[in-house]
Design a protein around this ligand. Sequence first.
Ligand SMILES: *[C@@H]1O[C@H](CO)[C@@H](O)[C@H](O)[C@H]1NC(C)=O
Ligand SMILES: *[C@@H]1O[C@H](CO)[C@@H](O)[C@H](O)[C@H]1NC(C)=O
Ligand SMILES: *[C@@H]1O[C@H](CO)[C@@H](O)[C@H](O)[C@H]1NC(C)=O
Ligand SMILES: *[C@@H]1O[C@H](CO)[C@@H](O)[C@H](O)[C@H]1NC(C)=O
Ligand SMILES: *[C@@H]1O[C@H](CO)[C@@H](O)[C@H](O)[C@H]1NC(C)=O
Length: 462
Amino acid sequence: MENIILIASVFCLIIVVHGMENILADDIANRWNLDEFEFDEGGEVDDPLFWRSERGSKILVNVDSLGAVGDGIADDTQAFVNAWKQVCSTPKSVLLVPKGGRYLVNATRFKGPCADKLIIQIDGTIVAPDEPKDWDPKSPRNWIVFSNLKAVFFQGSGTIDGSGSKWWEESCKKNKTNPCKGAPSAFTIDSSSAVRVKGLTFQHSQQMNFVISRCEAVRVYNVLVSSPEDSPNTDGIHITGSTNVIIQNTKIGTGDDCISIVNGSSNIKMKMISCGPGHGISIGSLGKDNSTGIVSQVVVDNAFLRGTTNGLRIKTWQSGSGYVRSIRYQNVRMEDVANPIIIDQFYCDSPKSCDQSQTSAIEISQIMYRNISGTSKSAKAMNFACSDAVPCSHIVLNNINLERLDGTAETYCHAVTGFRYGYVLPSAECLSSSDKEPIITCDQEAEFKKHHSREQLIHTEL
Ligand SMILES: *[C@@H]1O[C@H](CO)[C@@H](O)[C@H](O)[C@H]1NC(C)=O
Ligand SMILES: *[C@@H]1O[C@H](CO)[C@@H](O)[C@H](O)[C@H]1NC(C)=O
Ligand SMILES: *[C@@H]1O[C@H](CO)[C@@H](O)[C@H](O)[C@H]1NC(C)=O
Ligand SMILES: *[C@@H]1O[C@H](CO)[C@@H](O)[C@H](O)[C@H]1NC(C)=O
Ligand SMILES: *[C@@H]1O[C@H](CO)[C@@H](O)[C@H](O)[C@H]1NC(C)=O
């Protein structure tokens, strides 16, 4: 009873007149702390000619000059390690992996802290040893790791190639007779801040292609990720324990999530993302083995997904604690996507079955979908599968048009509350509506009154 009163008072509704949708969406975004956030790019050095010139006074360390062969056969690990020692201790230096070379490098950790203004210019290809049997047992889950860096630029037209095909064949997801064991992530930036990654290609990773872990202020743009559709667990970009990350103008085709955002991540913004094949753009999974999962303030703006198994997905395991909050998806176009919009609080990616009747769950609230259109491969174009124990709340739909060729697209709802306004197809009757008129929650009322005269507001109680 207490709960009901609480919910009713927090979630009383205000109906607002026509023509205010933009103001409304922005207002909600403000309330959810989803303002545009940007950070200083750190200026200079886009142009390699700049640092080659005297003026740039950069110190160039070419891996070739330290004995790298670059024929894809010779082991160039030591040359890279030696080059790293030099650049890391020299201010304003550039580590150059030159164009045309194919550099075979073992599992290696390139550690900071380093001297200021380090640039890693990768124009050639860095390739991993392809034989899992020979993999360094001291680094079972990582190939290349950069850690403890501050203000570092990774850039160039080069490729990071994980040579993953033998790892994929050994995966239990590929062949059930294989034992389930992990494989390395190809490229990781860990415990670093003010990082920029520009122009690089990541491909054929053993498992995840590119991991951003425990970082602050990362900007990724013009990056390409490419691994086959049937390569297991090859997430494109995986973000964990990181804040203030922007991913822009990036094209990802892979065998798992194009982008996955997991625990301890907030202020993540993705703009101009192309995804497919792959499993879509995911928050989670979170809450496995009763763990705590927290993700907040995520924006996906301007994305195109084609032929993916999911579109915009939030996935949490039953039980677990924490929350997913303040998420905005907008201006997304999908073609032939199996689950375009999905919240799944019953996620279970385990060979054993999961107990789906737990009394705790990760709380999912304040999720806005706006201007999302395209075609759904499955009938459930929108799927809100939330837990009875901790229902999803404040789910907002505005201007959704998801069709299925045979006209059978529908919305599935379980334990979800929220509201919809504008055009919403398939209609989501589980959420409150007022036809074309936007509705906002009561806790935004005060804010709203500051900007709009009282006559514009018509109140209704829920
Ligand atoms: C790279 O790995 C191979 C195969 O395990 C090994 O023989 C070689 O010594 C390693 N190279 C370095 C520099 O550690
Ligand atoms: C699965 O692995 C087993 C054992 O390694 C092998 O005999 C079998 O041919 C594999 N199956 C497929 C479909 O690759
Ligand atoms: C998730 O992140 C929070 C804080 O960001 C941390 O306290 C918690 O231990 C993390 N959970 C897991 C499973 O790592
Ligand atoms: C998670 O918690 C539930 C309920 O408390 C318990 O039954 C289950 O064994 C726990 N699972 C793990 C992996 O700790
Ligand atoms: C809706 O999103 C599409 C991209 O999917 C974009 O082209 C279009 O301009 C957006 N419409 C509005 C009104 O913002």
